[in-house]
Structures are given as C-alpha cells and as structure tokens.
Design a protein around this ligand. Sequence first.
Ligand code: SAH
Ligand code: DHB
Ligand code: MG
Length: 224
Amino acid sequence: MAQEQWNAVDQYIADQLVTADAALEAALADSAAAGLPAINVAPNQGKLLQLLARIQGARSVLEIGTLGGYSTIWLARALPAGGRVITLEVDRKHAEVARANIARAGLSEVVEVRLGRALDLLPQLAAEGRGPFDFIFIDADKPSNPDYFAWALKLSRRGSVIVIDNVVRRGAVADAGSDDPNVQGARRLHEALAAEPRVSATAIQTVGSKGYDGFAIALVTADP
Ligand code: SAH
Ligand code: DHB
Ligand code: MG
C-alpha cells in the first residue's frame, strides 16, 4: 500500500515539476536494456541534486558511483558553460553504458568517467591536484561511505556541498544492532559527520519510487 502511494505521488510530482528530458529517459531505458540495476536516483531526486548544485553555484562536480550516468546527467546539466563533472565507477560495463548515455546527452566534453575503485581513484585525483570540487555526490558502495566522506572533505573548500545517498536504509540506520554492512556504513557516516568540526550536516528521510531511504547533506564550513 505505502509503496503504491509513494509511486503515485512520485509520478504526480514528476509530471508536474520534472520536465521530461529525452536524454535522461533514454539513459534509463538503455541502462535497463543493458541489465544495469535500477538503483539510480528517482527523477525528482535527480532534479533535487541539480537544484542543489545550482543553488551552490557549482562549476565543478565530483560523483562517486556512476552506474549508467543518470544522476551524472542531472548534475552535468546544472553547470554553467565550462563546468566539469568527474564521476568514478568500478564496473566496466556500467562505465561503458554511462559514457554512451552521456554522449547522447551531448555532455562528453563536460563529463569524465573514470574507471576503477573509488578508493584508488580518489588519491589519484588528489595527487593530480584536482579539486577543490564545489559539489560532491557520494552514491557508490555504502560500507565505504565514511572513507568517501573523508576524501570528499579533502577534495573540498569552504562552501563546498557534499550529498550522500542511501543513508536511512528503510529506517535501519536507527538500529544500533544491525549487522548489515550497508547500515553500519550509514551509521559510521553519521558519526563521521557529527564528529567533523569542518562541516555542518543534516540528513533527511525520503520515500518514493525508490522506496524508503534518505540523503545526508553537508556544507563545508572551513577550509579543509
Ligand atoms: N549515482 C547513480 C547510481 C549509482 S549506483 C545514479 O543515481 O544514477 C552505485 C554505483 O557504484 C554502481 O554502478 C556500482 O558499480 C558503483 N560502485 C560500487 N562500488 C564501487 C567502488 N568501490 N568504486 C567505484 N564505484 C563503485
Ligand atoms: C543500492 C545502491 C544505491 O545507490 C541506491 O540508491 C539504492 C540501492 C544498492 O546497492 O542496493
Ligand atoms: Mg543511491
């Protein structure tokens, strides 16, 4: 019952407020056709990310966890001319599907998809002197979220915004006894956010077509 209602309301919101974009719809269709899991953000969530990036005035975006590039395209479309997205993906097939989706969206010059484990690629970005990024979206393997947050902070500046997906896990985040590594990752992420004096953070529960989960958002308030 609840899920049906959440789907209906997400559909209503999308119909009202989230303009259908042929490249985004094609990205989802081709991702499904290629057998990728449908764990992309929902359309209204993609637009939320886009709005947050625009509110921030972002010109440079880092994404951890590309999948088929759906959230990547939302974020890339937030940027002014000359803006850039770097997105990190460990799965070769996901990265290939994403590159094709990004090319069809006309964003190949804006988005760089890097293939590899994020925990290998993030130190490489730092060593190359990339960053600071204005906006960072963390949406890969959940047990690594505390590590991804630490890297995101290193690759930030005062005023950067860090958003982390899937931090509520159907409410299990409040269960201290959970042995689910994804839940433990979400709990350790909250602890890291709470303990970090250089950010101000909150988290929000979400329901919708992707079920019951949530986002955390952190504003970097001091130069790391
Ligand atoms: N941000 C996407 C969804 C990402 S799903 C969207 O909303 O459209 C999570 C992705 O993270 C998957 O494609 C998975 O292959 C990737 N991933 C998992 N572990 C990873 C790792 N260690 N390094 C980089 N990517 C990883
Ligand atoms: C999963 C990953 C996601 O990024 C998400 O939004 C939902 C589920 C997963 O790995 O199950
Ligand atoms: Mg996610």
